[in-house]
Each structure stands twice: as structure tokens, then as C-alpha cells.
Design a binder for this molecule. Structure first.
Ligand SMILES: [Zn+2]
Length: 128
């Protein structure tokens, strides 16, 4: 039954801490060009938490990204250290947590890859 795990994390400077409950089956690696740009990395891994299963301490800075479709998404990060924390819809119903700042990131293995049409051409060659 327990596809769900509790996660917690804090930003690099420690001003913001987040606790949440996420489903392992809903961990994704996103290869979209916005994730590449905004993360500064070739892809970004996310874990989904509904609003009633997340607790945020501190005040993340919010940047509203407007997609090509006109869709708006809140992108939240620490305004002091720049750690990326989550994205969410304008009504804040579901939070896409960036897994890199979570203490349990080792367990958050992506089960889905999305927007692979813009993935790096070398992505399948990196086997450590
Ligand atoms: Zn910070």
C-alpha cells in the first residue's frame, strides 16, 4: 500500500523548510525547455504533493511563468539563496516539489519521463 513517503527538506541557507507526503509512483523527470532554463540543469526531477499534504515554513519568492499556451504556473524559490523549491498552479492545489532539496532524494527515483522530445541527445549515454 505505501506508495507514499514523507519527505522533508530545506533550502541551502535554511530560511525555508518544507515537509510533505508524496507518491513514489508520481516522481517525474521533466525534460522541458523551461525546466532546463529555470533549473540551470539538463532536466529537473519533481515529486507531487497535494496542498493538504504539504507544510511550508518561511516565505518562498514566487515567479509566475506564462507558458506558450498562456497557462500560468507559480515557480517558487528561496529569495536569499536561490534554491528552487516547487512549482504549483495559480490556485495552489498541487505542488511539484523539486527533489534535489529533499533529504529523501535518493529514494525519489523518477518513474516517468516527460517532455522527452527536448531531452538532451546524450541523456541515455550517462551511466555512472
Ligand atoms: Zn534559502
Amino acid at each position: 500500500m505505501s506508495d507514499e513517503i514523507r519527505v522533508n527538506g530545506k533550502c541551502h541557507c535554511g530560511n525555508i523548510t518544507i515537509k510533505a507526503q508524496v507518491k513514489l509512483s508520481e516522481v517525474r523527470a521533466c525534460h522541458c525547455t523551461d525546466c532546463q532554463k529555470m533549473s540551470g540543469a539538463p532536466l529537473r526531477a519533481i515529486a507531487l504533493a497535494p496542498a493538504d499534504k504539504i507544510t511550508i515554513n518561511g516565505t518562498p519568492k514566487e515567479y509566475i511563468k506564462v507558458g506558450d499556451s498562456g497557462n500560468k504556473r507559480i515557480q517558487a524559490f528561496c529569495q536569499d539563496c536561490g534554491t528552487q523549491l516547487f512549482a504549483t498552479d495559480m490556485e495552489k492545489t498541487v505542488f511539484n516539489l523539486r527533489t534535489g532539496f529533499l533529504d529523501q532524494k535518493d529514494a525519489l527515483s523518477p518513474t516517468q519521463h516527460v517532455f522527452t522530445q527536448s531531452s538532451m541527445p546524450w541523456i541515455k549515454t550517462i551511466i555512472l
